[in-house]
Design a protein around this ligand. Structure first.
Ligand code: ADP
Ligand code: TRP
Length: 329
């Protein structure tokens, strides 16, 4: 049986190292494997917190370009804009009528946002049902996500079950989740050592370069100990970031020197300089590809349009099945 993999990413900012190592890279690697691969840009979801129409249009394109520049092959994966498949909002309505308020009230991400002072709109509250519709609309088997989305996928499993049991049907397929393998990829730290996130303003855009990158990397939190003083590398965030880029041998070499201290030990400035170079090297090819795609918006629009056609055909079938099951057809 061919497995269908599906995931989405919100276009609410420039994609950072956390997004890349925690999500995008897995998505692209998976799409090189057997099965079907569906990836979309969750623009409906962004509206729960984003109100700049012109910027949203740019960010949707930028997000698509990032996937393509980082190596997503549109022959192997379907890439589209969520709002090009309005059937998901119809499915969302059907799902919302079988979902209890209690389930949504337990959502961590909603509670966290409210606790952080966000004035919630109804869309933010029902966000998990739209996400369930995204997943269920394509008969997805596997949903690769970061740790922060685990509860949303569990809610999707519950919501599919509520619908199927209410209507004594098998309309919606129960999806499984797939988490990034290593702990270090699940929680990439930002320049302040907290989880990197655009909402914390501690993120590094994957295509940042030159002076701006140097300045950002320079801000990574360290302390005032001199290079000669032996240190435990596991206490230094800069090593968590270096570990994402360096070969094991080189990383071990830097760690040994920091642990030993003395005249040969690198200072924080050296480590940061190495990180800056590593980021630039890692994304050099993708950066070129991004510029090419930016200069050819039609290529990107055509890929998104073809993706939307494929995705929509699938979502229509599932929507029709769901409408029939509850008596609307
Ligand atoms: P942000 O926190 O910047 O708003 P999102 O919530 O839009 O990022 O996350 C998009 C994807 O990137 C999700 O799959 C999420 O798990 C992943 N992700 C975000 N930040 C990190 C991080 N610091 N480390 C690992 N993965 C991350
Ligand atoms: N909520 C996800 C995030 O913020 C984005 C998303 C929307 C998604 N719909 C999805 C992820 C469906 C996986 C499957 O990262």
């Amino acid at each position: 049986m061919v497995k269908t993999h599906l995931s989405g990413i919100q276009p609410s900012g420039l994609l950072h190292l956390g997004n890349y190592f925690g999500a995008i890279r897995q998505h692209i690697a998976l799409s090189e494997q057997d099965g079907e691969h569906f990836y979309f840009i969750a623009d409906y979801h962004s509206l729960t917190s984003f109100r700049d129409a012109e910027r949203l249009r740019e960010l949707v394109r930028e997000t698509a370009i990032t996937y393509l520049a980082c190596g997503l092959d549109p022959e192997k994966a379907v890439l589209w804009r969520q709002s090009d498949v309005p059937e998901v909002t119809e499915i969302q309505w059907l799902l919302s009528t079988v979902t209890g308020m209690g389930l949504l009230e337990r959502a961590h991400s909603f509670k966290d946002k409210v606790a952080n002072g966000v004035k919630p709109n109804v869309g933010l509250f029902t966000y998990p049902i739209l996400m369930a519709a995204d997943i269920l609309a394509y008969d997805s088997d596997v949903v690769p996500v970061g740790k922060d989305q685990v509860q949303h996928v569990e809610m999707t499993q519950d919501i599919a079950g509520y619908f199927n049991r209410n209507y004594n049907t098998e309309v919606f397929k129960r999806p499984e989740m797939l988490l990034a393998k290593s702990e270090s990829m699940q929680k990439v730290p930002g320049i302040d050592g907290q989880k990197m996130s655009k909402s914390y303003g501690n993120d590094i855009w994957i295509f940042e370069e030159g002076k701006k990158l140097k300045k950002l990397v320079g801000k990574i939190v360290t302390d005032s100990r001199p290079p000669e003083e032996p240190k435990d590398p596991s206490e230094l965030f800069v090593f968590d970031l270096l570990a994402l880029f360096l070969e094991a041998d080189e990383l071990a070499d830097w760690k040994t020197k920091v642990e030993a201290g003395g005249v040969d030990a690198p200072g924080y400035g050296h480590l940061k300089m190495r990180l800056k170079d590593a980021i630039e090297e890692h994304f050099a090819e993708a950066r070129e590809k991004r510029l090419e795609l930016l200069a050819n918006p039609k290529v990107v629009d055509d890929i998104l349009a073809a993706g939307a056609d494929k995705a929509r055909a699938r979502a229509r079938e599932v929507r029709d099945r769901a409408l029939h099951a509850c008596g609307l057809r």
